[in-house]
Write a protein that binds this ligand. Structure first.
Ligand code: ADP
Length: 216
C-alpha cells in the first residue's frame, strides 16, 4: 500500500531531518511512528502526505509515485486517498460542527454532503453536537469533528500527527478506539505519530525514529 524508499530530507538551513528512511506498510495496518521530539516524525508524515518534498528518495502509494507528481496531480491524489489529522484541529471557528463537514463535501462536488455528514457524525457519536461551534466543544469532540471532516472524502489512508497530544488519556484512548473501528469497518490504513507511550499497545507495529534514522 505504502512504500517509502531511501527518503532523506535536508532543510535549507542544513538540518538533516530524515536519513535514508525505508519501510513498507500494508493495507489496513495500524502503524505507530514514535521517537523523541525533533526525530523527524512530522517531516516523514508530511512527505508521505505529499505536503512536503523529500531531498531524495521516493514514496509510492498503491503503485503510484507521489514523489514524481506535480502539485495538481498531488492535490488530486491526496483528495482521493489521504487524510491528515493534526494535533490542533484547525476547524472553521464560525461554522457549526455539521457545516465543518458539509463544506468539504460541497467543495468536492458531492451530491448529498449533508446526508453523508450526518451519517459520519452519528458514527462519531456527535449527533447531539451538530449545531455547536468548535469553541463549545471539548478537545476530544473537536478532534472527532476533525476526523469527521477527514472522513467526508473517504480516505484510504489516515496520517495523524500527535492526534491525542492535546487530550487527556481517556479522551485520547477514545480517539484511538475510533481509529481502530475505522480500520475494521473500512480497511483504512493508519500511520500515527505519537510520543505517548500509553498508546503503544494499540499499534500492530511501531516505526521508531531517532535523529532522522529509522531504527525499526
Ligand atoms: P518531530 O515531528 O519528530 O518532532 P520534525 O519532523 O518536526 O520532528 O523535525 C525534525 C528536525 O527537522 C528537527 O531538528 C526540526 O527542528 C527540523 N525541522 C523541521 N521543520 C523544519 C524547517 N521547516 N526548517 C528547518 N528545520 C526544520
Amino acid at each position: 500500500m505504502i512504500i517509502v524508499e531511501n527518503l532523506s530530507k535536508v532543510y535549507p538551513d542544513g538540518t538533516k531531518a530524515l536519513k535514508w528512511v525505508s519501510f513498507r506498510v500494508s493495507q489496513g495496518e495500524f502503524i505507530g511512528l514514535m521517537g523523541p521530539s525533533g526525530s523527524g516524525k512530522s517531516t516523514l508524515l508530511h512527505i508521505i502526505a505529499g505536503l512536503e518534498k523529500p531531498t531524495s528518495g521516493s514514496v509510492f502509494i498503491e503503485g503510484k509515485e507521489l514523489t514524481a507528481m506535480n502539485e495538481d496531480q498531488l492535490s488530486e491524489f491526496r483528495k482521493n486517498n489521504i487524510a491528515f489529522i493534526f494535533q490542533f484541529y484547525y476547524l472553521l471557528e464560525d461554522f457549526s460542527v455539521l457545516e465543518n463537514l458539509t463544506i468539504v463535501g460541497e467543495l468536492a462536488g458531492q451530491k448529498s454532503p449533508k446526508k453523508k455528514a450526518l451519517e459520519i457524525l452519528d458514527f462519531l457519536r456527535l449527533s447531539h453536537r451538530i449545531n455547536h461551534k468548535p469553541y463549545q466543544l471539548s478537545g476530544g469532540e473537536q478532534q472527532r469533528t476533525a476526523i469527521g471532516r477527514a472522513l467526508m472524502l473517504s480516505p484510504k489512508i489516515i496520517l495523524a500527527d500527535e492526534p491525542t497530544g492535546n487530550l487527556d488519556l481517556e479522551e485520547g484512548k477514545k480517539i484511538f478506539e475510533l481509529f481502530l473501528e475505522l480500520r475494521k469497518q473500512r480497511g483504512i490504513t493508519f500511520i500515527i505519530a505519537t510520543h505517548n507511550q500509553e498508546m503503544r499497545n494499540y499499534f500492530d507495529r511501531i516505526l521508531r525514529l531517532k535523529d532522522g534514522i529509522l531504527e525499526g
